[in-house]
Design a protein around this ligand. Structure first.
Ligand SMILES: [Zn+2]
Length: 209
C-alpha cells in the first residue's frame, strides 16, 4: 500500500506543499489542486470556520491552529484524505452556481439560516447597496463573508465583504470601491450618497443650526 518509501526519514527542509489552491469560484471556494490539474475538492470559509467539499460531501474542518492559514489548513485536511484514498478527485465543474448575473439574486446565501432576523438584515443591506450603486448578484451571507456584487458605475462583478461597505459612525463608506473601479471624483459625481469630497461639513452643519 505504501508508495512513498524512497523519501523515508528525509528531514525535507522547506518542503513544497503537495497541493495548491486555485482561484476562488463564484461561491468563494478555493479549489484544491494536486498534480497538473486534478481538483480534489474545495475549501471555503464560513465565518471563522473552514469547510471542505469533496467526493464524500461537505465537512466542517474547523479553525486553523493559531498563525496558520485557514485555507491551507483545510486544504491539508483534504489532501490527507486524498493521499490515503478516502476521497477521489472531482470534476472541477461540479460547482453550485450561486451568482445570478441575469436575474434577481436570492435574498440570502443558501448557507444562511432563513430567519426573520437574517432576512431583515439582508434587506437593510440591500437598501444600502441600492443607495451606493451596488447590485447584489449572490445572496447575503453575513457581514463578514464575501458577497458578489455588481458595481453599477464600472460594470464589474466583484466579491466584497459587506462590512467593508459600511461607513464609520454614520459617515458614508469610502468611495474607493474595489481595485480597478472608477476614480473617486467620478464616483462622487455618479453617486450622490457619497457626499462631497470635503470633510469640513461639520462646521457648516453647526452654522445652519
Ligand atoms: Zn467598480
Amino acid at each position: 500500500m505504501s508508495t512513498s518509501t524512497q523519501t523515508k526519514k528525509t528531514p525535507a527542509p522547506a518542503k513544497k506543499l503537495p497541493f495548491r489552491l486555485g482561484q476562488f469560484d463564484p461561491q468563494c471556494r478555493y479549489p484544491v489542486i494536486v498534480g497538473k490539474n486534478t481538483t480534489i475538492g474545495y475549501v471555503s470559509r464560513w465565518h471563522r470556520e473552514w469547510d471542505a467539499v469533496s467526493s464524500i460531501g461537505t465537512h466542517r474542518v474547523g479553525r486553523p491552529p493559531v498563525g496558520k492559514s485557514g485555507a491551507e489548513h483545510a486544504a491539508q485536511w483534504l489532501y490527507d484524505l486524498y493521499r490515503t484514498g478516502v476521497i477521489t478527485s472531482i470534476q472541477a465543474d461540479e460547482v453550485t452556481e450561486v451568482v445570478h448575473p441575469h436575474g434577481p439574486a436570492p435574498l440570502l446565501d443558501p448557507r444562511m439560516p432563513n430567519t426573520r432576523t437574517n432576512r431583515a438584515k439582508a434587506m437593510a443591506v440591500n437598501a444600502h447597496y441600492d443607495r451606493f450603486g451596488w447590485r447584489p448578484v449572490s445572496g447575503y451571507a453575513g457581514s463578514d463573508n464575501h458577497q458578489w456584487l455588481y458595481c453599477v458605475p464600472c460594470g464589474k462583478t466583484v466579491a466584497v465583504y459587506p462590512s467593508h461597505q459600511r461607513g464609520r459612525n454614520g459617515a458614508p463608506p469610502s468611495p474607493y470601491r474595489h481595485p480597478g473601479c472608477l476614480d473617486e471624483a467620478t464616483i462622487r459625481a455618479l453617486i450622490p450618497a457619497y457626499g462631497p469630497a470635503t470633510t469640513t461639513t461639520k462646521a457648516a452643519k453647526a452654522k445652519s443650526k
